[in-house]
Design a protein around this ligand. Structure first.
Ligand code: DON
Length: 562
């Protein structure tokens, strides 16, 4: 006689579970401050940046300090031997974007990563000296500081010098990741370094980097020439000679960071300001937002919402593979890709009940115009904002430490398409637009982004994660705008990703219930669970004008401010 009520109870519990806003736990706020904030991947870098803001530094000053500090305390991704992108919005509304992406050396050739049979040799663009592009980070920091900085450069670099000289305690995460890469670092570097000073590292061990401190002092004393000329340049070129790499004195002398016109677009009354090519991030993010703009969102990670987002993702990544590359070498159809009508048309064959197989999707025809990176977000006391993503590409880059100079060289050359249609380390495919050429910049997914509402700053956001960067930023923005998450909740919440090829949804555990995942499977989606996706560090301006930090719990990421 109890059967019917028990069954009813069970069914209603199931329905309740299904409809319960999984989002409630993601509404609790993170750190809140009144005036200024830094959120970065390491507490010591955050602390150094906040000190600059307390002295009245511009957000760009703090960004320079954080970039150099991360080059010491976050060796897997922070760097002077890599590159990145910076998006700036000043309190008066002026916007800028700075490209300090690495470039292919002048001696690079289109087929340099193919063997005699024309097949890709993946290790060649991933480890060792041939994997390294000409670094851009130091030129980038000086270009940013020359235009927008306020405090003396020597003041801004000093915390990094002190950390490298005096040493700093490794966090558990850093000790583990360094141990995981020590063998490769020993194999691909031609000389010992501070990183290889111990057989293994444990949490709390002090990492001292005197050679890096000396390099940083040369940069402090001679400016960018302290890196691109003189002793540091000699050390880089000598390292190339020992390891069979291509970077020459000419490459280093020629390197310049480039100010580019930021990508701008709107999403439901918000303005999104992003990085233009050679990053795919800004364009792809806006394409994604435009592709879902007409959609009524229902419940966080509901099958209907996820399905729509995935269908947008597979179409946008197909475009990315075909149309995006270094704009100095390839005619990127930027206005065409950013046209809301184009993106709406791309979704015209969207079927709410069925996944569209990626094999049946090709890049569109937009109107033509004639695992490791790190992101940080800064807002200063005047409301100027910096969104900066920087990388060596893979953790510890090429695993080559420049002998005597103490820093890792990137393995960014792997971001080129070594051969059309052959996936790179992130499974991304590309074509002619992103083929290797001397002096060309490789296509990136980095998506440092600033969002405004009306004339006011709303959000500063970005993340590492290779190909998943764009979709992580996409989800973080939607988590706040569509699902009312706090900044911290939006960053903490599990993420998923689709990139056209391979044709499957990659997802973090906790992304959805069994019930929702079956509903997605019924629409024809395939899945693969994976370890963490991205490390988003973001700042939200609350309605009362105070700042809320979202520091990613997937890492040692820390918000600080006042
Ligand atoms: O520029 C890019 O798109 C890649 N080199 C970024 C690499 C990355 O995010 C690795 N981090 N997990």
């Amino acid at each position: 006689m109890f059967r019917l009520p028990v069954a009813l109870l069970l069914i209603s519990a199931l329905i309740l579970l299904h409809c319960r806003p999984a989002s409630a736990e993601y509404q609790a706020p993170g750190l809140i401050t009144d005036q200024a904030m830094v959120v970065s991947a390491h507490p010591l870098a955050t602390e150094a940046g906040v000190a600059v803001l307390r002295e009245g530094g511009h957000a760009v000053d703090a960004a320079v300090t954080v970039q150099f500090a991360l080059a010491v305390v976050l060796p897997w991704a922070g760097n002077i031997g890599g590159g990145g992108f910076m998006v700036v919005r000043e309190a008066d509304g002026d916007i800028y974007s700075l490209d300090f992406r690495e470039k292919a050396p002048l001696a690079a050739t289109r087929d340099m990563y193919l063997d005699s049979l024309g097949e890709v040799v993946p290790a060649r663009s991933w480890r060792g000296h041939l994997a390294a592009g000409v670094p851009g980070s130091v030129a980038g920091m000086f270009a940013a500081h020359d235009s927008l900085g306020r405090l003396p450069m020597a003041r801004l670099i000093q915390p990094a010098i002190d950390l490298a000289e005096g040493g700093f305690p490794l966090t558990r995460l850093e000790a583990e990741s360094l141990n995981g890469r020590l063998e490769a670092i020993r194999t691909y570097s031609t000389q010992p370094s501070g990183y290889t000073a111990q057989q293994t590292w444990a949490e709390g061990d002090i990492l001292r980097l005197p050679a890096l401190a000396a390099t940083l002092r040369r940069i402090r004393d001679a400016g960018a020439a302290g890196f691109y000329a003189g002793e540091t340049a000699d050390l880089i070129v000598a390292e190339m000679a020992r390891g069979g790499g291509l970077i020459s004195h000419q490459d280093l002398l020629d390197y310049e960071a480039v100010w580019r016109t930021p990508v701008e677009g709107s999403y439901r009354g918000y303005k999104v300001i992003g990085m233009p090519p050679p990053s795919s991030g800004g364009i792809a993010l806006l394409q994604l937002l435009q592709s879902v703009e007409d959609h009524g969102f229902s419940r966080w990670h509901s099958p209907a919402d996820v399905h729509r987002m995935v269908e947008a993702e597979r179409r946008v990544y197909a475009d990315r593979a075909q149309h995006l590359g270094d704009p100095d070498y390839w005619p990127v159809p930027r206005p065409g890709l950013l046209d809301p009508a184009y993106n709406r048309a791309r979704m015209a064959d969207f079927d709410p009940r069925r996944a569209t197989p990626s094999d049946s999707i090709a890049a569109g025809n937009p109107a033509a115009e004639s695992e490791q990176t790190t992101h940080f977000s800064v807002v200063d006391a005047e409301g100027n904002a910096v969104s900066l993503t920087t990388t060596l590409n893979g953790g510890y880059g090429s695993c080559v430490v420049v002998g005597g100079a103490g820093f890792f060289l990137n393995n960014e050359m792997d971001d080129f398409s070594a051969k059309p249609g052959v996936p790179n380390a992130y499974g991304l495919v590309g074509a002619e637009a992103n083929a290797v050429a001397p002096g060309k910049r490789m296509l990136s997914s980095m998506t440092p982004t600033i969002v405004t509402r009306g004339d006011s700053l709303f959000m500063v956001v970005g993340t590492p994660g290779g190909s998943t960067i764009i979709t992580s930023v996409f989800q973080t923005i939607l988590n706040v705008v569509e699902y009312d998450f706090s900044m911290q909740g939006a960053v903490s919440a599990p993420r998923f990703h689709h990139q056209w090829r391979p044709d499957l949804i990659q997802y973090e555990s906790g992304s959805w219930s069994e019930l929702d995942s079956s509903a997605l499977a019924r629409r024809g989606h395939a899945f693969r669970s994976r370890s963490s996706i991205g490390r988003v560090d973001a700042i939200l301006v609350r309605p009362d004008g105070r700042l809320e930090g979202g520091a990613d719990p997937r890492g040692d990421d820390t918000a600080g401010g006042f």
